[in-house]
Design a protein around this ligand. Sequence first.
Ligand SMILES: O=P(O)(O)OC[C@H]1O[C@@H](O)[C@H](O)[C@@H](O)[C@@H]1O
Length: 242
Amino acid sequence: MASASENIYVEHVKGVNGLDKVILREIRGWSAEVYLYGGQVTSWKNERREELLFLSSKALFQPPKPIRGGIPICFPQFGNLDSLEQHGFARNRLWSVDPDPPPCSSHTNSRAFIDLILRHSEEEAKIWSHRYELRLRVALGPAGDLMLTSRIRNTNTDGKSFTFTFAYHTYFFVTDISEVRVEGLETLDYLDNLQNRERFTEQGDAITFESEVSLKFLKQAYVFCLFNSNLYTLFYVYRSCW
Ligand SMILES: O=P(O)(O)OC[C@H]1O[C@@H](O)[C@H](O)[C@@H](O)[C@@H]1O
């Protein structure tokens, strides 16, 4: 049973439409909310209780529809290049709390974290025949940093390998899109969805937004940052693999 002090950091509650939700809190006032439906982070607030993620006011919270906003998990595909549904099925499955996660080398400072797991199901085997375990740790660091660690294990009994693509499809909250700059993507190749997916190489030192932009980068940057000057927020997004 969780002790009173643990309850400060991790609280299990019912969210919209009675869906299970976990609230992570840090003592300085930062918080994050994670729905078991989709394994989806839907809120990340700073110590002034300002929301840093966008969640659509029209988000349905109604399985099997994905939740529009926060950080949807795209697996086993990002986009719609394969025959699977757009962005895969992980975002519209009910995940479980993982009671016995393998050791996770990151986030050792954090007391506000939750481990979730999604396993293959017989129902799903009709559309994707592989057996897998997808683990997700969502952790809120003492300084409010939000860290997502995903681990994918092939559990095919015949040892057959499979390929997949994966993405955190993060919706950041911005107050004025014309003020936003995304840096750190120069020299990376992308497909421009608004130009028949033609391939280009990013040349500028920042991407800015004067009209609709829809780019799919073919490799992820190790770090990129998004400046949102009105909110005085600077998001750094780091990627690390091991
Ligand atoms: O509407 P969905 O399936 O949640 O996808 C969200 C967005 O995902 C992006 O990857 C696509 O480029 C957009 O066209 C799409 O709107």
